[in-house]
Design a protein around this ligand. Structure first.
Ligand code: ADP
Length: 321
């Protein structure tokens, strides 16, 4: 990217220098033509004998000189403006392409890791179960871990599938009434089993909405998964549901790493992840919040993120009841 920017700037400077050089040459030529015409006029018309004719011819010469100046200055300026617009268009579209391809590259790296690591973990657990005589506790521990890993794999596949279906306009959203409070309670309970003593909840009961239960389940799971992923193991996560002015307000509050203000909007972009592959500790695909935002928008709701106090983030989903 830096190489492209340098070459781009170099070319642009070269083109501008050439245009300025042409302008100066034309200006010199114009002055020379004017002087030649003036000399010819002086040799042909005697200014003392025919002052009126001389003055008129002189005026004509001055006029044609100004017309020539206006022509090359106008054409040069138009040319320069077109070149500058072209340069800006080329630069922005090229840098957008580079950014996208970098994000896609990151995505491929993360997906490969995300797919391989749970498969490797499940395989290892099964091989241990097969080869060794283990006590019940140890067996249960290995089976629990395998279930956790296969859940992760399942979430990832669902996200990828849904992203491509939504992109192709193939997903038809259901619109049926269901109990949002129950859905959130179930999702949190599921996570509380997988991550004991991490979740606290305060869910207002009986919140009915019309929409796609499967999609909303996925959106809630994405928020819970992120809260776990970006929060240190000893910090609690709180999930609340309130009803205000005919809106269901779901909040997922964590005390994790938090999100810098300049990243808050970007995290909803496809494949976007804060930081870069080298510095990031957690693995992911940058699809979760992109999909969550899409799902919420399809339900005519909105999702926002703000800072939690003293640390962490609060993700808030507001859905019409
Ligand atoms: P993924 O988690 O797979 O990277 P997401 O789309 O779910 O993708 O999230 C995008 C980015 O937003 C993450 O990479 C992370 O940097 C940031 N993020 C999301 N949720 C949180 C959170 N609860 N705390 C801190 N950062 C978060």
């Amino acid at each position: 990217m830096r190489f492209f920017t340098s070459v781009h700037l170099l070319l642009l400077t070269y083109i501008i220098a050439i245009i300025v050089f042409w302008g100066i040459s034309l200006q010199k030529q114009n002055t020379r033509i004017h002087e030649l015409q003036l000399n010819t006029l002086r040799s042909q018309v005697d200014s003392t004998q025919y002052p009126a004719i001389y003055a008129r011819s002189l005026e004509t010469l001055k006029h044609s000189r100004s017309a020539r100046t206006a022509q090359y200055v106008g054409e040069g300026a138009t040319f320069l403006i077109v070149i500058l617009i072209g340069a800006v268009v080329v630069y922005t579209s090229f840098s957008r392409r580079i950014r996208l391809s970098r994000q896609q590259n990151n995505f491929m790296l993360s997906v490969t890791h995300e797919l391989k690591s749970p498969i490797a973990a499940i395989k290892l657990n099964l091989q241990t179960l097969e080869k060794h005589q283990l006590n019940e506790d140890k067996k249960k521990q290995l089976l629990d871990r395998s279930i956790k890993e296969s859940n992760r794999l399942n979430d990832l596949c669902n996200n990828m599938l849904l992203a491509s279906q939504m992109e192709g306009g193939m997903y038809k959203m259901a619109r049926e009434p269901f109990d949002l409070s129950e859905l959130i309670e179930d999702a949190v309970e599921d996570y509380a089993i997988r991550y004991p003593r991490r979740f606290g909840q305060d869910i207002t009961g009986g919140c009915k909405i019309a929409g796609d239960k499967v999609m909303l389940h996925m959106a809630i799971n994405n928020l819970l998964e992120n809260a776990i992923k970006y929060t240190p193991g000893d910090k609690p996560i709180s999930v609340t549901l309130d009803i205000k002015n005919n809106n269901a307000i779901l909040c997922v509050k964590d005390q994790g790493t938090g999100i810098p203000d300049n990243e808050k909007k970007k995290i909803f972009n496809k494949f976007y992840r804060v930081g870069n592959e080298e510095s990031r500790k957690s693995k992911g695909t940058g699809l979760g919040l992109y999909l969550t935002n899409k799902i919420v928008l399809q339900h005519k709701g909105r999702i926002t993120v703000r800072n939690n106090t003293p640390t962490g983030s609060v993700f808030e989903i507001c859905l019409p009841v």
